[in-house]
Design a protein around this ligand. Structure first.
Ligand code: ARG
Length: 458
């Protein structure tokens, strides 16, 4: 039989394959709450504008409330024959309240309806993301405070570079996730415009009030161009871009956790709650959660590229291609939520092995820059010469198989006679770290200032 929504000009129903490729209900049922909320706002506005009667509006609203509880209790039967969430809800409304149901779609199209539902969903998801990032930042702030004095090696090229503190390293992630969160906030602002009332693409001749529906649905204002409104999926792409950048940050952290938790590094120990064992090797404790967080990046990047590719060739206004927007966003949202939650747990629970970090910080001549800086400051050498002198000191230490601080004064003086025993004050990792007092530097006092700055904003 032909479709009850648009079957007027159709003699027969769809081929089975047509139904299969066309139906979106399997995934867009996720939008049921937004769809019903949007319809209630629309019907209320139609009655307020005398486009439908108050009596029909009451029936519609009551019917939609019933449908909401049917869906939430699991009693609702979704039908693929009815394509999507919009037609599933409307068909059920007709069954519940009769002909008044047919008035709900006045001055509306599924094109503005889906744009509304999806935008509401993405906006709510971003609000959840904002909260999740705040919790992750809070976990890092606690660890940073605890370890503002814990010296560890800082790396470039994954080679020991200069001593830093674990607190400072944690605060680097606070900066990253803080930027992600501010992108989330901007995106919410950006998409805070109501699509409903754009209708199919051209607007409508009915005297609707788009400001009223915008307000009722919690949007700042209605969108300004009806053609753009039904063509636009920037809000979904912004969500995916933000998710991709955040996932990249999470993945770098995951990578560090994987490295830090190896027996060779041994900087951290993951809690039992966030690691797994091996079915064959009894000694193993594996960082599976971190690895999976790292892997989720692939899915999220894929979703961003998939939707960009879907959208890039579409003429204005709506095309059915756009139905492919939802699965990408739903999958990315689920992955991101899970990844942030898993990371928050790992960061909160992990044991930081300060002794191991400190021992590693001293290895690899990490205070060589401090020696060079000292030669500039105290001996008056140009930095390039100081660099050269220090290089010779490192070579000597390497040859003797000792640390820079273990070279004797006499040995250092063979390289440059102006060196005094005051140099030993700067060769320890603690002294090195404490000396980096520039704004944003690794000195514990400086890191504590940055922690306080973030505490006031988290
Ligand atoms: N299920 C559709 C989607 O997700 C709803 C909009 C359909 N509009 C249309 N003119 N066929 O995009």
């Amino acid at each position: 039989s032909s479709n009850q929504m648009w079957g007027g000009r159709f003699a027969s129903g769809p081929d089975a394959i047509m139904e299969e490729i066309n139906a979106s209900i399997d995934f867009d049922k996720k939008l049921y709450a937004q769809d019903i909320r949007g319809s209630i706002a629309h019907a209320t506005m139609l009655a307020h504008q005398d486009i439908i009667s108050a009596e029909d509006k009451d029936k519609i609203v009551h019917g939609l409330d019933t449908i909401l509880s049917e869906i939430e209790s699991g009693a609702f039967e979704f039908s693929r024959r009815l394509e999507d969430i919009h037609m599933n809800v409307e068909a059920r409304l007709a069954a519940l309240i009769g002909p008044a149901a047919g008035r709900l779609h006045t001055a509306r199209s599924r094109n503005d309806q889906v744009a509304l539902d999806f935008r509401l969903w993405v906006k709510e998801e971003l609000q959840k993301t904002e909260k999740a990032l705040t919790a992750l930042i809070a976990a890092f702030l606690d660890r940073a405070e605890e370890h503002a004095d814990t010296v560890m090696p800082g790396f470039t090229h994954l080679q020991t570079a200069q001593p830093v503190t674990f607190g400072h390293h944690c605060m680097a992630y606070v900066e990253m996730f803080g930027r992600d969160r501010s992108r989330v906030r901007h995106a919410i602002e950006h998409m805070d415009e109501s699509p409903i009332g754009a209708a199919a693409l051209a607007g409508t001749g009915f005297p609707i009030d788009r400001h009223m529906t915008a307000k009722a649905l919690g949007f700042r204002e209605p969108t300004r161009n009806s053609i753009d409104t039904v063509s636009d999926r920037d809000f979904a792409l912004e969500f995916l871009s933000i998710a991709a950048i955040a996932a990249m940050h999470l993945s770098r952290l995951a990578e560090e956790i994987v490295i830090w938790s190896t027996p060779q590094f041994g900087f951290i120990r993951l809690s039992d709650a966030f690691s797994t064992g091996s079915s064959i090797m009894p000694q193993k404790k594996n960082p599976d959660a971190a690895e999976l967080v790292r892997a989720k990046t692939g899915r999220i990047n894929g979703s961003l590229i998939a939707l960009l590719t879907v959208m890039k060739g579409l003429p204005l206004a709506y095309s059915k291609d756009m139905q492919e927007d939802k699965e990408q966003v739903f999958d990315a949202a689920e992955s991101l939520e899970l990844a942030i939650a898993a990371m928050t747990g790992m960061v909160r629970d992990m044991t930081v092995r300060a002794d191991r970090m400190k021992a590693a910080a001293g290895a690899g001549y990490a205070t060589a820059t401090d020696l060079a800086d000292w030669l500039v400051r105290e001996v008056g050498l140009p930095f390039r010469d100081a660099h050269h002198v220090t290089g010779r000191a490192v070579a000597l230490a390497e040859q003797k198989g000792c640390d820079l601080a273990e070279l004797s004064l006499a040995e250092l003086q063979t390289i440059n006679p102006a060196i005094t025993d005051k140099v030993f004050d700067v060769l320890t990792v603690e002294a090195s770290v404490a000396s980096r007092t520039s704004f944003g530097g690794t000195a514990p006092a400086e890191v504590r200032k940055q922690i306080a700055w973030w505490r006031a904003r988290n």
